[in-house]
Write a protein that binds this ligand. Structure first.
Ligand code: ADP
Length: 192
């Protein structure tokens, strides 16, 4: 089982690339953002509790996403592997993730950080907001706030994987195809 963490700021292209990687390698794709939005769409109690957080561009509490990923790992531990997109987003989440994987004899193989300059991120997210109707993509203020949250709480997660020798950077500028090829080169270069 190969477990790949796709990492990078909001708007870097994680979701798009994760879907392509899923098809290319025939492994699963889990996006915590998607799972959260699905809860909100279905109007579950959990969804209602997270709605304000999401609309304001804040992170939802660690224990909520850790619980979601914990459920996933338990039910998919025999699987071929997974692309984790949007998780872990804090060091607390990364530590909990390591613990739960180790408990099942599993591990993260690599974290791939897709790097894109900030002005390009803002441009992409505002464009996406016009089509997707996502509340957190609509206003420049919320988008800039999310990038600030990323810098303050999420960017450090790369140190966690770098310390384990599992961190790779990929240039996220260029066509979707070019970025995809760069990611595939990293994954194919991993030791079996
Ligand atoms: P983006 O990468 O563009 O921010 P996502 O779909 O990954 O979009 O996430 C949307 C929102 O969902 C985040 O701004 C955050 O509020 C919440 N979220 C997603 N994943 C996590 C996580 N691992 N921890 C906390 N909050 C999360």
């Amino acid at each position: 089982m190969k477990n790949i963490v796709l990492f990078g700021a909001p708007g870097c292209g994680k979701g798009t690339q994760a879907q392509r990687l899923r098809d290319h390698y025939g492994i699963d794709h889990v996006s915590t953002g998607e799972v959260i939005r699905e809860h909100i769409r279905r109007g579950t109690e959990l969804g209602r509790s997270m709605e304000t957080c999401i609309a304001q561009g804040k992170l939802v509490p660690d224990e909520v996403v850790i619980g979601m990923i914990g459920d996933y790992v338990v039910t998919h531990k025999e699987g071929a592997g997974c692309i984790f997109d949007g998780f872990p987003r804090t060091t607390v989440q990364a530590e909990a993730f390591d613990g739960m994987l180790t408990g099942h004899g599993l591990k993260v193989d690599v974290m791939i950080d897709i790097q894109v300059p900030e002005e390009e991120l803002v441009r992409r997210i505002l464009l996406r907001g016009k089509e997707s109707g996502r509340t957190d993509d609509a206003s420049e203020e919320v988008v800039r706030g999310r990038l600030e949250v990323y810098r303050a709480q999420t960017a450090v997660v790369s140190d966690f994987y770098a310390a384990q020798g599992k961190y790779a950077v990929v240039d996220g500028m260029g066509t979707m195809e070019e970025v995809f090829e760069r990611i595939v080169a990293v994954i194919d270069g991993l030791k079996k």
